[in-house]
Ligand binder design. Sequence first.
Ligand SMILES: NC(=O)c1ccc[n+]([C@@H]2O[C@H](COP(=O)([O-])OP(=O)(O)OC[C@H]3O[C@@H](n4cnc5c(N)ncnc54)[C@H](OP(=O)(O)O)[C@@H]3O)[C@@H](O)[C@H]2O)c1
Length: 326
Amino acid sequence: MGHKTRWGILGTGRICGTFAEALAVLPDAELAAVGSRTKSAAAAFAGRYGVSRAHESYEALARDPGVDAIYVGTPHNLHESNTILCLEAGKAVLCEKPLALNEGQARRMVDAARRTKRFLMEAMWTHFLPAVVRALEMAGRGAIGEPRMLQADFGFKAPFDPQGRLFNPALAGGSLLDVGVYPVSLATRLFGDPGRIQSSAVLGETGVDEQAAMILDYSGGWQAVLSSSIRTETGHSALLSGTEGSLRLVPPFWKAQRLIVTSKGGEESIDLPYEGNGYTHEARELMRCLAEGALESPRMNHEFSLRVMRTLDRIRAPWGLRYPGE
Ligand SMILES: NC(=O)c1ccc[n+]([C@@H]2O[C@H](COP(=O)([O-])OP(=O)(O)OC[C@H]3O[C@@H](n4cnc5c(N)ncnc54)[C@H](OP(=O)(O)O)[C@@H]3O)[C@@H](O)[C@H]2O)c1
């Protein structure tokens, strides 16, 4: 067997635990270290997931010579500084979605990856799931004619906590960056950069968008009608309509395991389960790229993540929602 990729996890929150579970089913991955702001959280996480080394700072994790790649699972506002810290310490980075708060931050992260010649990828895991990969491939080869309209939503009801990551502007709260990024990313994959964007948001008492609706128009006459929420349970659907039929990622679309294709020939249901808890696929992609010496993934490259950030910035601009430091 070849060299295992030695992973570090930066942060000890909810998604960090989920990612640790994903690594556990990958024979080529070793979860070597975790880094936290506090010694107690690092030790507790290490104990829970069987991690060899627990660091009581992110800096110590970044400096750990026994780590090849670091997964950054902190709130969005910290992605830029945490990622650059790791890149400059010589590590490959898989950074949670959205890559950053805005395009400017994302660009500085990409610049750092290029300067340090280290791998960087946004952890937009959905795009690596077999059902989503197949849907995009079928759409691309004309299975539903010309795809012209995407309707997609991601909304869930989060308990209201003004200090928590989802509602606190200081932690880049709001629905667009947290979950709206999924439909926007899917639309970007299908249609590229939008021309006209119309959007409307309900800003809550902490000032962040608790619910948002958007219409993206593309030069080819294509459209995406998208929504996001942290106050509302939506249907989590993604329906792509084309001139000859439609393609539906069975909800929740962001972790779809089944695809329904409707065309003149009738309806076809295709089961495409993901491996492990689904996050394994993005981890595999990083390891595959490292083995090949690639500095970015051809399946989730820097330019793609920058495009998504640019569109998120444009969607948010008319709302007057600025995060601290922007
Ligand atoms: N891909 C997915 O399915 C998915 C799902 C959920 C979230 N996410 C993304 O993952 C990131 C984290 O989300 P989460 O739900 O895991 O958040 P979370 O449970 O609040 O955990 C965030 C972690 O970041 C660290 N942190 C550093 N500074 C912090 C601060 N000022 N306030 C709070 N935490 C801080 C903490 O770890 P230490 O205390 O150990 O330093 C904390 O445990 C977000 O960017 C989110 O978009 C992705």
